[in-house]
Design a binder for this molecule. Structure first.
Ligand SMILES: Cc1ncc(C[n+]2csc(CCOP(=O)(O)OP(=O)(O)O)c2C)c(N)n1
Ligand SMILES: [Mg+2]
Length: 410
C-alpha cells in the first residue's frame, strides 16, 4: 500500500555480478532417473511437470539410471565421447587460430558439447537441422570433414562457401545442416516451414529447429510455435539454455514463465527440460521427440539446461558481466567428464585411455589444420576468386551486377 500511486519499473537482475560468489542455489536439480518417461502419444496436459523439471540419466556416481537410460551401446557411447572430445579440441585450436589472426572470428562450444553431438545421433539421414552457430557438434558427429570446416573458417581457396559466409557459419545439405544465418530465430520459422513442406509432400523427413535462450525473445520464435502447433509440423523445437545471451542473463528473455520449456505449454506442445550436460539424457529425449515427429504426433519443445563456459565469441570478455569462477559452480558438471566417468564405471574406459585419446584427437585436429592452412588463411595464401562473389545468388544475373562484375574485371 505504501507504493500506491508510484509505479516502479522492474528489470530482472542475475544473482551475482563480477566480484561476487557464484550462486546457483535457485537451480533445482532433480535426482537422476527420477523423471518419468511417458509414451510418445501422451496428452501434453498430462506431462506439464516435465516443462519444470530436468530429465537426467547420469547420477553423481557415473551410473546410468531411470526410465530414460539404456538406449546406447558401449560402442555408441565411446563414439559419442570421441565426438565431444573432438569438438572441444577443434574449438581450442580454432580459438587459438583466431588469436593468431588466421581468421577474423570464432565461437566455441565449451561445456555445451553434449547438446549437438548427442542430438545428431537421434536423427536419420535426410532429416534437416536449422542450427545456430553453437551446434557444430551436429557436423562433427555426422562425420563432416574437419578440414572443410576449417577451410570455411579461414575463408580460403577451398572454402565450400567461397568466403561469402561469416567464419563458423557452415552449410551442408548432405549432412542435414541448413546454412547458418546470423539473424537469430529465423531458424525456427524456417525449420517449421521445412517440416510442414515435408508433411505436405508425404515425405518421411523431419526437421530440427535450434535457438538460444536469449533469442527466444524474438517474435520469430513465437510465430514458429503457432504454425508448429496448428499444423502439427514434424519438428523438434530445441532451446539451448546456456544461461547467457552475450552479457544478458537468461532471466531477461525467459520473462515470468519460470522455464523456457514452459513456453510450449500455452501452444499445447509437449515440452520437456533435459540436463544438457548429460550425453545419455540429451540423446534419449531427442530420440523421443524425433519419434513423435516421425509418427505424425507433431512438434516437441526441448529445453537443454546447460552453461556457456567460454566467452560468447572471440569478440567477447565475460569477466565484465559475470564472476570468473561461475562455470566451476555450475551444478550439472562437465559433459565430457561425466560421460568419461560413466564409461569408466561401465568398465570400457580408463584415465589412461582417455589421456591417450586426447593426444590422438589433438594430433588429428592439428593434421586437419595443417591441410586447411595449405589452402590459405584469412591474410595468407589462397583465396576464393573475386568472381565467386557474383555467383550463386541469382539464377540469372541482373544487369547491375553484370556491370559491376565487368567493372571489377572478373
Ligand atoms: C535477430 C538478431 N538480434 C541480435 C543479434 C546479435 N546477437 C548475436 S548472438 C546474440 C546472443 C544470443 O544469445 P542466445 O540466444 O542465448 O544464444 P547463445 O549465444 O547463448 O548460444 C545476439 C543478441 C543477432 N545475431 N540476431
Ligand atoms: Mg544463451
Amino acid at each position: 500500500m505504501a507504493d500506491a500511486g508510484m509505479l516502479r519499473f522492474h528489470v530482472p537482475e542475475p544473482e551475482v555480478r563480477p566480484g561476487g560468489t557464484p550462486d546457483f542455489s535457485d537451480v533445482t536439480i532433480p535426482k537422476a532417473g527420477s523423471v518419468p518417461h511417458p509414451e510418445i502419444d501422451v496428452d501434453p496436459r498430462d506431462i506439464r511437470d516435465l516443462a519444470f523439471s530436468i530429465i537426467r540419466v547420469l547420477n553423481r556416481a557415473g551410473e546410468a539410471v531411470g526410465p530414460w537410460a539404456g538406449l546406447l551401446s558401449d560402442d555408441e557411447l565411446l563414439e559419442g565421447l570421441r565426438h565431444m572430445m573432438t569438438l572441444r579440441s577443434f574449438d581450442a585450436r580454432m580459438q587459438m587460430a583466431q588469436r593468431q589472426g588466421k581468421t577474423s572470428f570464432y565461437m566455441q562450444h565449451l561445456g555445451e558439447e553434449a547438446v549437438s553431438c548427442a542430438f545428431r545421433k537421434a536423427l536419420a539421414p535426410g532429416d534437416m537441422n536449422f542450427p545456430t552457430y553453437r551446434q557444430a557438434g551436429l557436423l562433427i558427429a555426422d562425420g563432416y570433414p574437419m578440414v572443410t570446416m576449417m577451410n570455411q573458417i579461414y575463408s580460403n581457396e577451398a572454402d565450400p562457401l567461397k568466403g561469402r559466409q561469416l567464419p563458423i557459419m557452415y552449410s551442408s545439405k548432405e549432412h542435414g545442416f541448413f546454412s547458418i544465418s546470423g539473424n537469430l530465430a529465423t531458424q525456427y520459422i524456417q525449420a517449421v516451414g521445412w517440416a510442414m513442406a515435408s508433411a505436405i509432400s508425404n515425405d518421411s523427413k523431419i526437421a530440427a529447429a535450434w535457438i538460444g535462450d536469449g533469442s527466444t525473445a524474438e517474435s520469430d520464435f513465437h510465430s514458429a510455435l503457432v504454425f508448429a502447433s496448428t499444423y502439427k509440423a514434424p519438428v523438434v523445437l530445441n532451446v539451448v539454455n546456456n544461461q547467457w545471451a552475450i552479457s544478458t542473463f537468461q532471466g531477461i528473455a525467459r520473462g515470468g514463465s519460470g522455464t523456457f520449456a514452459a513456453r510450449g505449454l500455452g501452444f499445447g506442445i509437449p515440452s520437456l527440460r533435459v540436463d544438457g550436460n548429460d550425453y545419455l539424457a540429451v540423446h534419449a529425449v531427442a530420440k523421443w521427440a524425433a519419434e513423435r515427429a516421425r509418427k505424425n504426433l507433431g512438434p516437441t519443445l526441448v529445453e537443454y539446461v546447460t552453461y556457456r563456459v567460454g566467452a560468447h565469441s572471440s569478440s567477447d570478455d565475460p569477466s565484465a558481466y559475470r564472476p570468473k569462477a561461475e562455470s566451476d559452480a555450475w551444478p550439472l558438471g562437465d559433459p565430457i567428464v561425466r560421460l568419461k566417468n560413466h564409461l569408466i564405471q561401465r568398465g570400457v574406459w580408463s584415465d589412461e585411455r582417455h589421456t591417450q585419446a586426447e593426444a590422438e584427437i589433438l594430433e588429428t585436429v592439428i593434421a586437419a589444420q595443417r591441410e586447411a592452412e595449405r589452402h590459405g588463411t584469412l591474410h595468407a595464401g589462397g583465396k576464393p576468386s573475386t568472381r565467386d562473389m557474383f555467383e550463386g545468388v541469382y539464377g540469372e544475373m541482373p544487369p547491375h551486377l553484370r556491370r559491376q562484375r565487368q567493372q571489377a574485371g572478373v
